[in-house]
Write a protein that binds this ligand. Structure first.
Ligand SMILES: NC(=O)c1ccc[n+]([C@@H]2O[C@H](COP(=O)([O-])OP(=O)(O)OC[C@H]3O[C@@H](n4cnc5c(N)ncnc54)[C@H](OP(=O)(O)O)[C@@H]3O)[C@@H](O)[C@H]2O)c1
Length: 332
């Protein structure tokens, strides 16, 4: 039977303007937590390659009025978190949902993006202590300056490219470069003090030589994802790997984020968790994003690899206890 798994490309720029329209429960503006970075600690490389200090021109500014509202809004009173989550691939389908969800939970995040402008387009103006943006390409170790990781407590990596040749391979941005070399470079640059790295990978990575996975792996995507996984596993860092089934729901390029989250609530939200690379099916990007965020706080997910699918039905939403039970149900 042919696999339904395939990697969906996201369209190229311009990305749509994500607005933050009025929504039934309007959230208060973000509070201003303690600065996550001290002045002068973050740098970007300018065009000539020399370092420049992180400044307001590369940091997305404060939300003045509305913020992202998730359908499961128990974050309304969330106190500022002590976490600083580095999201790598935050402009992608899963990544932008991760970022939106962190924002709605009042968790500080830092984005590592090839094109920082995308953050402004996607997330609007944000408080610079809540959302920081650094320019970097994971293929280039020189971009991964230690200052970029200063204060980072957790990492969610959802980088990827298309499984088959596409415009997104331009400039040699192939699975080998992104899913293997990029992940290796990133992991090598992370501080040993990190509390957790969550890597988004794919079902089928252990079976890339077998049909139907070998078709998907024609250009090596599953093989290179497995190499990335193995590097994470052997890094000594506390990790969780989330292997996604075929992704559905998004990337959302024609809705504002509120509408999108509201529109997809209740659809394909029931979560199936697997182990041992046996799960085959689809999963909503919303569910994958939520699983990544939940894994940061569920201690026994450290050092574990899970597969994830979702089907029509009621899901755990953001209820940590329900996620604990889901992850626990497949623990050895
Ligand atoms: N599609 C599927 O059915 C499927 C199934 C299983 C697993 N997965 C995996 O699930 C993850 C999320 O998928 P998705 O479709 O939501 O992702 P996506 O929309 O393809 O986004 C990929 C992200 O990676 C970033 N990226 C690519 N190359 C980069 C580089 N060299 N340096 C830094 N960032 C780079 C992209 O940034 P730019 O904005 O700069 O391009 C983008 O933010 C990926 O790992 C994907 O392979 C996908």
């Amino acid at each position: 039977m042919a696999t339904e798994l395939f990697f969906t490309p996201i369209p190229d720029l311009p990305l749509p303007l994500v607005k933050f329209p009025k929504y039934p429960h309007r959230l208060p503006p973000f509070s201003l937590p303690t600065p996550a970075i001290s002045s002068g600690h973050l740098f970007l490389k300018n065009v000539s390659g020399s370092k420049v200090r992180l400044s307001s021109s590369i940091v997305v500014h404060a939300v003045q009025e509305e913020v992202v509202q998730t359908p499961n809004s128990d974050f309304e009173t969330a106190p500022p978190s002590s976490k600083l989550v580095l999201v790598v691939g935050g402009s992608g389908g899963v990544g932008q949902l991760v970022v939106a969800s962190l924002l709605s939970r009042n968790i500080k995040s830092r984005l590592l993006l090839r094109d920082p402008e995308k953050a402004t387009t996607l997330f609007g103006k944000q408080d610079e202590e809540t959302l920081q943006v650094c320019k970097g390409d994971t293929r280039n170790p020189n971009d991964l300056d230690p200052f970029m990781f200063d204060g980072v407590t957790h990492v969610i990596c959802c980088t990827g490219t298309t499984a088959f040749p596409s415009k997104r391979w331009d400039g040699d941005n192939t699975p080998e470069k992104v899913d293997w070399e990029g992940v290796r470079n990133l992991v090598s640059a992370l501080p040993s003090s990190l509390k957790r790295i969550v890597l988004v990978s794919s079902v089928g990575v252990t079976k890339f030589n077998e049909l139907p996975w070998s078709i998907m792996n024609m250009f090596g995507v599953l093989k290179y994802k497995k190499m990335g996984e193995d590097f994470v596993r052997n890094s000594g860092l506390p990790f969780t790997i989330i292997r996604a089934g075929r992704l559905t729901d998004g990337p959302y390029t024609s809705y504002d984020l509120n509408t999108l989250l509201k529109a997809t609530a209740g659809q394909r939200r029931a979560v199936l968790i697997g182990k041992g690379d046996k799960l085959v099916g689809e999963v909503s990007r919303l569910v994958v994003a939520e699983a990544c965020i939940q894994a940061l706080d569920i201690e026994f997910t450290e050092g574990e690899i899970y597969e994830i699918n979702s089907v029509q039905g009621e899901g755990p939403g953001s209820d940590q206890q329900k996620w604990r039970e889901l992850f626990k149900s497949v623990q050895a």
